[in-house]
Design a protein. Structure first.
Length: 294
């Protein structure tokens, strides 16, 4: 089982393929395997790296509530594997980590793909987020970590229809999420990237793609719109007939959007010439399907 010794932790990772490097940063509660077929299919033309973040699954260190630590882990992993600059694909909380990585280690990042980023969701859902946290703490105290984590996943994966995306997962993958209950709840308590101020995002010059799904709750779309406002170089895309784990529901669409976000498909504009490109992309973002109702 390959591991990388990083900041007093042994992080499990897997890699496959040759070509442009792509780093997959998993969602809260998940691990490197929950990218499904995406890993193998991307590896046919690219070098793919996925890892279990600190405290999750095979990276057995104590969970941390510092998301910036996860970004530093990702930076060191890329450097150790000599896989830079890489396209960074972050799902859920992994998207916040991807933003942090681009802010603090821009030389390691070629482009970003943010899959239903939870960026500043706690601010958007201030009242309900507070009540949810109270409920989760009560469940953890009275029924244990797994019960609290299951409630958290049901809330996160609830679709606009009212159905729970958690119940649609295979029993094996539900068990992965529940086994990571302690790390997931601690990460949830850490917030949704509030330590990154919106105005700081203007420092990011790499191309950004924001993906949202049609079945997910509207607050993910609102988060994508907020990111697009701060990052005018953003391409906003919809994954149709999918929930929060879009890469599992619609792997073909997801694979297409990742491929379109690779540096050889994008014109990477030098920082000094970025203003005109930013204006063009900002105009395009207003016409994006993200702002439309499905």
């Amino acid at each position: 089982m390959p591991t990388a010794s990083i900041h007093n932790a042994d992080l499990f990772y897997k890699e496959k393929g040759v070509g442009l490097p792509i780093l997959l940063i998993h969602a809260n509660g998940a691990n490197a395997d929950l990218w499904g077929s995406t890993f193998e299919r991307l590896a046919t033309r690219n070098r793919i790296i996925a890892y279990d973040r600190r405290g999750f699954s095979r990276s057995r260190q104590s969970p941390v509530s510092n998301l910036h630590q996860h970004a530093e882990d990702a930076a060191t992993l890329l450097q150790q594997l000599r896989a830079t600059p890489a396209t960074i694909v972050g799902a859920d909380t992994g998207a916040i980590i991807a933003l942090d990585l681009a802010l603090h280690h821009p030389e390691l990042v070629a482009s970003l793909v943010l899959c239903e980023a939870t960026f500043h969701l706690r601010k958007q859902k201030a009242v309900t987020a507070f009540l949810d946290n109270v409920r989760l703490r009560y469940l953890q105290k009275t029924k244990g970590l797994r019960a609290a984590a299951e409630a958290y996943y049901h809330d996160l994966l609830e679709e606009k229809s009212g159905e729970s995306g958690f119940t649609h997962l295979s029993p094996e993958w539900r068990e992965v999420l529940l086994t990571n209950a302690e790390a997931a709840l601690q990460e949830n308590a850490a917030g949704t990237g509030e330590y990154i101020h919106t105005h700081e995002l203007t420092q990011i010059k790499q191309p950004v793609t924001c993906l949202v799904s049609t079945r997910s709750q509207p607050f993910f779309r609102e988060a994508a719109q907020k990111l697009a406002s701060a990052l005018p170089q953003t391409r906003n895309r919809i994954i149709t007939a999918a929930g929060h784990y879009m890469h599992l529901d619609q792997p073909n669409q997801f694979l297409h959007e990742i491929t379109e976000a690779l540096p050889d498909k994008l014109t990477l504009t030098p920082v000094g010439k970025s203003n005109e490109r930013a204006r063009q992309n900002h105009k395009a973002s207003h016409n994006s399907t993200v702002s439309r109702q499905p």
